[in-house]
Design a protein around this ligand. Structure first.
Ligand code: GAL
Length: 339
């Protein structure tokens, strides 16, 4: 069942529309047309208590100032592009340096700060926009669609489709911060990641091109582990990311399983994408969230399925190039169970 409503107004008076999608089990997703943002995702636990498992804000204007990308779709190229430039077809494209010397999450005004067209189907919310040629420095008119579908099996699927009229680069993901207890630190959540390797980062959280084995390191989540167990270990890579902020090389099958500490809720992530940025909310600063709720350092984790960051620069990284006239498609599912 879907329902549409006006969520609020941006500072220039533009209305922000929202759509609510619910299933028979009481699971309920709210998506905004601004940033194609997941504003709320309510999942009842085994005792029937509704738990909002994503961090979010109460007002449209807080989303405008959303420096942490809470719930948004990031693009045209999510994550980082080293040196804020890339070459394609013999031409160099210069982008905004909005993260030190690099570009982060699409640039100064990425997809998270744009208003999308929103429409609702029976069990889905579909967002669409055309990112014009030259927007944030990227070539090609990019036609993008993000489809959120919620099943009666408590599976939320996010499907991304994009086409361009000129060769370009694309790497889309959703930047929801999950907290399966509905609040507090996530360091007590348990996490499994289906990856044997992760990408080494430099000090700017940019992959160096080197693949590292998780074995014998704090990055090993092949067996379920409490997130906070090793996060403070003396480790060069943890220091680079100020915690976990790394792209895992997914082995295929389940990408991740997250388990709340108190709620009994569990989320299983599957994807057709090769990588997943596990970000442990290391740069989250204190702020007010929905219903006056406190948001703070490491109060949510992001499991951002994607192509490897800085993919144009390294041989062996999956290519983010989308050729003119071709279609890019990917999907990621988040399956919830209550124990
Ligand atoms: C993550 C990224 C972090 C940080 C965050 C936004 O996706 O990996 O390094 O930039 O977004 O605060």
């Amino acid at each position: 069942m879907t329902e549409e409503f006006i969520f609020g107004k941006l500072s220039d008076g533009t209305p922000v529309r929202a759509a609510k999608l619910s299933n028979k089990n009481g699971m309920c997703l709210t998506v905004l047309d601004y940033g194609a943002t997941v504003q709320s995702l309510i999942v009842p636990n085994a005792a029937g208590k509704p738990i909002d498992v994503v961090l979010g804000y109460e007002s449209a204007q807080e989303y405008e100032e959303n420096d942490a990308y809470l719930g948004a779709v990031v693009g045209r190229v999510g994550n980082r592009i080293g040196g804020a430039a890339f070459s394609l077809g013999g031409k160099t494209y210069t982008l905004a340096k909005n993260d030190g010397a690099n570009t982060l999450h699409g640039g100064t005004r990425g997809f998270d700060k744009r208003t999308w067209d929103l429409c609702c189907g029976e069990n889905e919310i579909v967002l669409h926009r055309v990112s014009p040629d030259g927007e944030e420095g990227y070539p090609g008119n990019l036609d993008v669609q993000v489809r959120y579908a919620l099943g009666e099996d408590n599976v939320l699927t996010i499907a991304y489709t994009a086409t361009s009229d000129a060769d370009t680069v694309v790497n889309l993901t959703n930047h929801s911060y999950f907290n399966l207890d509905g609040g507090g630190s996530v360091l007590n959540h348990k996490l499994t990641i289906g990856a044997e390797r992760f990408l080494e980062n430099d000090n700017g959280c940019l992959p160096t091109g080197k693949f590292l084995s998780v074995a014998g390191t704090p990055f090993d989540f092949r067996e379920e582990k409490v997130i906070g167990r090793d996060i403070c270990q003396e480790n060069e890579q943890l220091r680079c990311g100020s915690g976990y902020d790394h792209n895992y090389v997914l082995s295929g099958g389940t990408a991740a399983i997250l388990r709340g500490a108190e709620s009994g809720l569990c989320m299983r992530v599957t994807t057709d994408l090769p990588g997943m940025q596990f970000y442990s909310g290391n740069f989250l600063t204190p702020r007010r969230g929905k219903g006056g709720q406190q948001i703070d350092y490491r109060y949510g984790i992001c499991l951002e399925t994607q192509l490897f960051p800085n993919g144009l620069q390294f041989w062996g990284f999956p290519s983010p190039i989308l050729h003119a006239g071709e279609q890019m498609y990917s999907e990621t599912s988040f399956a919830f169970t209550a124990e």
